[in-house]
Design a protein around this ligand. Structure first.
Ligand code: ZN
Length: 268
């Protein structure tokens, strides 16, 4: 699943390419979208801005209309010049927004709906989101509080719970827990507030660094099962975890399985 940093990067790229432009043509394979476009055309509207909330990408048009898309596992937005060859097959196309200068194409986006700004604020998927880890006004205390409200959950699962904290995906769940030296299997109730805060702070730092420098990321544990730990040389382990069976990678030596004892500071 794309993480919050990927969605934010996509939103920024779309915003740079499209903000201020007027839509010349709108096309979608979703009947719900084309119905609205028929009654109240998207063509002729100005694209005011594009932003991200958690893993939702929001395209705001003039006349109080917002297109909300969620990428789930394989969805993505691409930007093309008119007539340029698409990098994904036509049958994966879900939405096309043309402006005469730039075309934005959504591929394999499973969730897409139009809303007014007021509707959007009431949409459960957005209304119930926890604090957005990449937001400028990220409220870390509230995120820590919401995680602490899930005492029986493992810390790895709590980090993926978008109602506790929005924007963290499987990559930064694994990476942040390694860098903060916390076992992914620790129950939230066994962790101190300071430890939870340290994990969240670490995820914030890693994700913010990645927004500006995505090409150079090198992971500590993510997708490194069976390879030696970059810190201690022990073999990185891998296991499916949680109801969604997401892959967890960890170093048994570096990531303290007993969080009540002292957790040494990460030397990074
Ligand atoms: Zn290690």
């Amino acid at each position: 699943m794309p993480e919050g940093d990927t969605i934010l990067r996509a939103a920024r790229a779309l915003h740079r390419a499209l903000a201020g432009r007027t839509v010349t043509r709108f096309e979608s394979v979703f009947p719900r979208l084309t119905r609205l476009d028929h009654d109240s055309p998207v063509s002729g509207r100005t694209i005011d801005r594009i932003d991200a909330r958690g893993k939702h990408l929001l395209i705001h048009f003039s006349g109080d209309l917002v297109l909300r898309t969620h990428m789930r596992m394989h969805g993505s937005w691409h930007i093309y010049r008119p007539g340029e060859r698409w990098q994904r097959p036509r049958h994966q196309m879900r939405i096309v927004i043309e402006t005469g200068v730039i075309d934005a194409v959504a591929f394999d986006v499973p969730v897409a709906e139009f809303a007014t700004e007021t509707d959007l604020a009431r949409t459960p998927a957005l209304r119930d989101l926890g604090p957005d880890i990449l937001a400028v006004d990220f409220k870390i205390d509230e995120a820590v509080e919401r995680i602490a409200e899930r005492p029986g959950m493992s810390i790895a699962e709590a980090l993926l719970d978008q109602r506790a904290i929005a924007g963290i995906g499987n990559i930064y769940k694994n990476e942040a827990l390694f860098v903060a030296r916390v076992s992914p299997f620790s129950a939230v109730e066994s962790l101190s507030r300071e430890t939870i805060e340290k994990v969240v702070m670490t995820a914030t730092k890693l994700m913010r660094a990645n927004i500006s420098d995505a090409a150079r990321r090198r992971f500590w544990v993510y997708e490194r099962g069976g390879k030696p730990c970059r810190r201690c040389g022990s073999i990185i382990q891998r296991q499916k975890q949680g109801v969604e069976a997401r892959s967890t990678y960890w170093c048994g030596a570096c990531q303290n399985p007993n969080p009540k004892s002292q957790i040494p500071s990460a030397k990074t």
